[in-house]
Design a protein around this ligand. Sequence first.
Ligand code: ADP
Ligand code: ADP
Ligand code: MG
Length: 482
Amino acid sequence: MSAIRKIVIANRGEIAVRIIKSAKRLSIKTVSIYSDLDRASPHVLMADEAFHLPGKTATETYLDMHQIVKIAKKANADAIHPGYGFLSENAAFANLVESNGLKFIGPSAKSIKIMGNKIAAKEAVSKFQVPLVPGDDKAIEEITKGIEIAEQIGFPILIKAAAGGGGKGMRVVNKIEDFNNSFKRAVSEAKSAFGDGSVFIEKYIEDPKHIEVQILADNHGNIIHLFERECSIQRRHQKVMEEAPSPTVNESLREALGKAAIDVAKSCQYTGAGTVEFIMDTRSNFYFLEMNTRLQVEHPVTEFITGIDLVEQQIKIAEGHSLQLEQANLTFSGHAIELRVYAEDAQNNFLPSPGKLVTYSIPTVDGIRVDDGVLEGSEISVFYDPMISKLIAYGKSRKEAIEKLLEGIEAYVIEGVQTTLPFGKFVLKHPSFIDGSFNTHFVEDHYLPTIKNEFNQEISLAGKVAAYLYNQNLKKVVLPNN
Ligand code: ADP
Ligand code: ADP
Ligand code: MG
């Protein structure tokens, strides 16, 4: 057991700020790193020390593992927290950190490696009887073999990149005629995005829900789960709103999900905080999707309902402490919902909307938590993730949490960029969200048609105005002669 006294945070934005907050509470010193663009960011201002990494791109800065380790040694730190994204799921980085005598606040390089590849992950968990999405869990090298497998599974199918993440590297194929084209594109996309062209085929589960389980594991063989999160409100296969608990998971299902998640953790000798993701069909059959070997973006909803600080738990585990929590004594209460506030134009295909936050004022409402890493005047650049912040609401019931989040959205003022705040309002007021029947197709099924309708109405209104003006002009032309 050795206490951590100083942590380097190998990240930026809201998650860097989030980690600094817990470290401060634990009287641990913090060291930030920053790119040219992030000089005046809150994560730099809040840390005890900050080191500049010249450059703008992620590769030049937050992904430069050798520079980051050098900084940690120079600052005399004893641990590195990778946050999420960037180097958080990079086994080589975890190895480099440890081989330099520093603690990596996360699982071992070996666990990261197994779970970082979706094919390797399925192979590991299959030994523990964890239900897998029907499919073929090997890399597909030839198109003819792929077609054979797709026909066996039955269309629609999903071609997935083994190394994929962040919703990227996935292609739905509805019919055999489309297979060739989709396969070729999937392989080339996987190669360019992840440097690894291996793909595999899964049955495309229709109208599914994304349900995931938070787990914590120490270095002494204790593993617990902190219940589920419902993350079905997505665009481009990536989450925008998440909640805990799930409105469709009952006690027995919760127990089964929890057990499966713990088995997944066992299958890779997991330590630290991690998330096991499942896809659930309309009859509540759930299948393992992947494990994210890091702190998850949406971890605050779990913190709200359990009262447990997940960053603190990560640090304690890295220090070598045993978990002080026991499954049998764990409970949750109330309901929490998170909206990821992205600088995106939801009405225009959720396209990034970079720019300056000309006005930025956060809500100060009881039961509302804002995790952000920006200030008024900050720039949301094209170089990094377009997430501005996370708006999280807690209520005694789901209804109360919905009302609270709506209140938070109303009181949040962001000008200068388009945001997902109006989209959040749309979701919270939609009957299928309110009754819990929504699935991962919410955006296509409910949001896009409304936008289209509004657009058509605008067009038809524009048409009427044009016709009116035209007629007025005609009258004008006619009038002088009258
Ligand atoms: P979560 O899985 O925590 O809900 P996301 O899917 O939104 O979150 O991913 C969190 C961040 O990590 C995003 O910035 C995303 O682009 C990045 N990310 C996730 N997986 C990968 C990966 N395999 N390669 C590169 N970036 C990734
Ligand atoms: P990533 O590593 O990019 O997060 P995941 O495997 O976790 O990839 O899948 C991301 C999302 O894609 C899921 O939340 C879900 O919406 C959709 N998805 C993935 N696999 C399937 C499947 N077999 N059937 C239907 N939807 C899926
Ligand atoms: Mg995922």
